[in-house]
Design a binder for this molecule. Structure first.
Ligand SMILES: [Zn+2]
Length: 146
């Protein structure tokens, strides 16, 4: 049996051989991540089970990260709303942007927010830039650094 402990640390954690066997299958990635519960995995079929668990943990962590990002993302259509949103709850603001460095610099000067990424979700950039009213080239994610 191999005993695994899933930690939220970024440091890799080696699997270790326990003194005695533990419970086997039936553990969800959510439970393993949240409780750091140890899980016994029989040697027979261990490789396949570990790969399955690691994939499940990765899927779970990714889903949590996406949900966290989405819960902390707001939209702004006007510059007043954009600035007001950035003054309040920290997080991301999705807004249309004309694509010019000058406009990006002015937004940073006004709000301390910078562009974090251009989502590749296919959201069309219809409309005008949130700041300068030029035709938008992208819908981008802004955030302030703390
Ligand atoms: Zn602009």
């Amino acid at each position: 049996m191999i005993e695994l402990t899933f930690l939220q640390s970024v440091e890799p954690q080696p699997a270790r051989i326990p003194d005695e066997g533990g419970p086997a299958f039936g553990h969800s990635a959510d439970r393993l991540i949240d409780t750091r519960e140890k899980l016994g995995v029989p040697m027979a079929g261990m490789t396949a089970r570990l790969l399955e668990l690691l994939e499940d943990v990765q899927r779970t962590l990714f889903a949590r990260a996406v949900a966290f990002r989405d819960d902390h993302t707001q939209h702004a259509d006007t510059y007043d709303a954009f600035k007001q949103t950035l003054e309040g709850r920290p997080g991301f603001v999705l807004a249309r942007w004309c694509g010019t460095a000058a406009c990006e610099a002015q937004i940073k000067n006004d709000t301390q927010a910078t562009i974090r990424n251009i989502p590749l979700d296919g959201t069309p950039a219809e409309g005008t830039c949130v700041r300068c009213d030029a035709p938008a080239q992208h819908v981008v994610r802004f955030a302030k650094s703390y």
